[in-house]
Design a protein around this ligand. Structure first.
Ligand SMILES: [Zn+2]
Ligand SMILES: [Zn+2]
Length: 161
């Protein structure tokens, strides 16, 4: 069988020569290869990608999944924690006259846009005290705390307007 991935590029001509045929791909790329070494997220394992690509009427349809172990900072308590990253994607890419599809660029983009916007170290993370900055997962503080119901908060704001 012909090799249609070369240096993380898909050979579009090979896909075009067999329209409607699904080509499976499996590969791995580390942070360096994905040019993610300056990013906020730290990759603890290479990104593993499994996908299928099929060409039809000027468009390459790809779908598959990516997996890695990553390190993120909790948006509530700022603690850095390790988490599994699993993501399923499907994309439609118009190819025009291009001969190659650069997968590095594509996966980099999919990866970065699918990271959680507000990562949490745990669903019940108590965060930091807004007054003294204490990590409320580890200690109590004596700052006055108003227990507010988020629904009431919305109502209060509406009444203020
Ligand atoms: Zn947290
Ligand atoms: Zn406090």
């Amino acid at each position: 069988m012909r090799c249609i991935v070369f240096l993380m590029n898909i050979d579009i001509l090979a896909l075009k020569s067999a329209p409607g045929t699904e080509f499976p791909f499996i590969f791995e790329a580390d942070a360096e290869r994905l040019e993610l070494t300056d990013s906020d997220v730290e990759m603890l394992s290479p990104l593993k990608i499994r996908m299928k690509a099929v060409y039809r009427d000027g468009i390459i349809y790809i779908n598959g999944s990516m997996q890695a172990t990553i390190r993120l900072a909790c948006s509530r308590c700022l603690e850095v924690f390790q988490a599994p990253f699993n993501w399923e994607f499907s994309e439609e890419i118009p190819v025009g006259t291009n001969k190659f599809l650069n997968l590095i660029q594509l996966f980099r983009e999919i990866f970065l846009t699918s990271l959680p916007l507000k990562p949490l170290c745990s669903d019940d993370c108590r965060g930091l005290c807004a007054i003294c900055g204490a990590d409320l997962n580890r200690q109590q503080c004596d700052c006055p705390r108003e227990e507010t119901d988020p629904r009431l908060e919305v109502l209060k704001q509406l009444l203020r307007q």
